[in-house]
Design a protein around this ligand. Sequence first.
Ligand code: UDP
Length: 200
Amino acid sequence: MDSVNILGVTFSKMTLSDTVKLIQAKLAADTRAETKPFHLITANPEIVMAAKGQPELRRIVDEADLVTPDGIGVVLAAKWQGTRIPERVTGYDMLIRLLEGAAANGFSLYVLGADEETNAKAVGIIKAKYPGVEIAGRHNGFFKGDQENEIVADIGRKRPDLLIVALGAPNAEKWIYKHKSRLNAKVAFGVGGSLDVIAG
Ligand code: UDP
């Protein structure tokens, strides 16, 4: 894959459309590689800087299956290094394009994160607007430590094709990494404040 290293992070140089195609292929595949999801990280400059100082985050970013430039700062940094990144590939854009594509490429979705009202509303809107998406399950993002195990088990039982995690960055990335061997999802990524945007 064509990539560029910016401050120690290996970024994909794929366009949004090509990244969507790649993720759609992962969602359509009938195998779940080692039961671990394909972990996509849409990394903004804050994550790049934080990874420099936090070995835990560094490892998470290094082990991600794909890191895309979420923020014009990353695109510009590539330019200063003499490399061209075609465009930003954000969590929100990825999510919307995948939802739109569900009319032809249906998949099941687990929606984790945001407050209860926002989560429920966003899921309702997704159901109504994108009937090709099967909602496998949902849970809000304000849970106590002792509830975490049950949430992970719920996702694991429901085996969603796609898990989206709205817990803020980099908490979503850390959460996916911590639990990835039990999630039984084909693809997982953090979506920042996307549920708030969808819920309006
Ligand atoms: N969020 C959550 N649990 C938390 C903290 C945040 O579910 O403990 C949700 C929040 O409601 C919002 C999303 O995470 O829907 C993204 O939050 P924020 O905008 O702070 O993150 P960023 O856009 O910086 O990733």
